[in-house]
Design a protein around this ligand. Structure first.
Ligand SMILES: [Zn+2]
Length: 287
């Protein structure tokens, strides 16, 4: 088959391409697959360089977006992504933030209108496989939910049916992460206590507790070995310095990251090629 293989991912913010598909992008690029990234927002609600959070008076969303645009270009290069399309919506912030209501926010954009813009890219590229988030946006962020909505709506506008995948983390892996986070939290508290600092333990949000980000292991459809690209995944995350400098991945350091982060997982939403069983190649059925 000489047909050009193309993979297209629809992500909400600069940095999401690295965290959930960084390895996959690089693996596919290494295989000669054409890769396309659609980033829906400019990420105005991220932390400002120097650490100012979006609710602080010193936070300038436009400045943040400028920094993140450069970081995204850098990550795109590292991951070997062939084409980056920025839809250019404003970051909507977390659910309930006033930025949700900005008429230029992605959350305020009419789904059909944004879907039509995405469909235009899909018609140009005709990817066999498309990736975005589930209806909960993986973790409830409005821009991630909206990315899901416009992707599903855009696929309806096409004259063919690509295979659609959502990113996922198996429950078994989530349990390991959770343990690691709790361990880190305990260590931090012990360090603070040794220094005589008493920190109040933040009260857990009851709703937050109920949300289960994991997917039952048996529902995972694609398990991608990204060990050959794990270095580039780390580099791409590091390229998003303004957001990731303090992240749990960067704290892990490259060595541990390379050991732990060797896999990316996806759930298949439709199955036009009649693929059966768990696959290790997201383009399974097309080659
Ligand atoms: Zn995001």
């Amino acid at each position: 088959m000489s047909e050009q293989l193309t993979f297209l991912a629809v992500h909400a913010h600069p940095d999401d391409e690295a965290s959930s598909t960084g390895g996959l992008f690089r693996v596919l690029a290494n295989q000669g697959v054409r890769t396309v990234l659609v980033t829906c927002t400019n990420g105005e609600c991220g932390d400002a360089p120097g650490g100012a959070t979006p609710d602080s008076a010193h936070h300038d969303g436009d400045e943040v977006a400028k920094v993140r645009a450069v970081e995204l270009d850098h990550a795109v290069k590292i991951l070997g992504i062939d084409r980056l399309v920025r839809l250019g919506y404003r970051d909507s912030g977390m659910m309930g933030w006033p930025q949700n209501d900005d008429p230029q926010s992605f959350w305020s954009a009419p789904v059909q209108e944004a879907a039509e813009r995405l469909a235009e890219v899909l018609r140009e590229e005709r990817p066999q496989v498309v990736m975005t988030y589930n209806a909960y946006g993986f973790y409830g962020h409005p821009d991630h939910i909206q990315a899901h909505r416009i992707t599903v709506a855009a696929l309806e506008l096409l004259d063919y049916e690509p295979t659609l995948y959502f990113n996922a983390i198996p429950n078994s892996v989530m349990a390991v992460y959770r343990e690691r986070w709790e361990q880190e939290e305990r260590e931090r508290r012990a360090e603070d206590a040794a220094k005589g600092i008493v920190r109040e333990v933040p009260e857990r949000d009851a709703e937050e507790e109920e949300v289960d980000l994991g997917t039952p292991d048996e529902l995972i459809d694609a398990t991608i070995d990204i060990s050959s690209a794990v270095n580039e995944k780390f580099d791409a995350l590091a390229a998003h310095e303004s957001q990731m400098g303090d992240s749990f991945w960067m704290k892990m350091g490259r060595e541990q990251f390379n050991e732990v982060m060797r896999t990316e997982w996806f759930v298949r939403v439709n199955n036009p090629m009649g693929v059966t069983g768990m696959v290790e190649d997201i383009l399974a059925g097309y080659r």
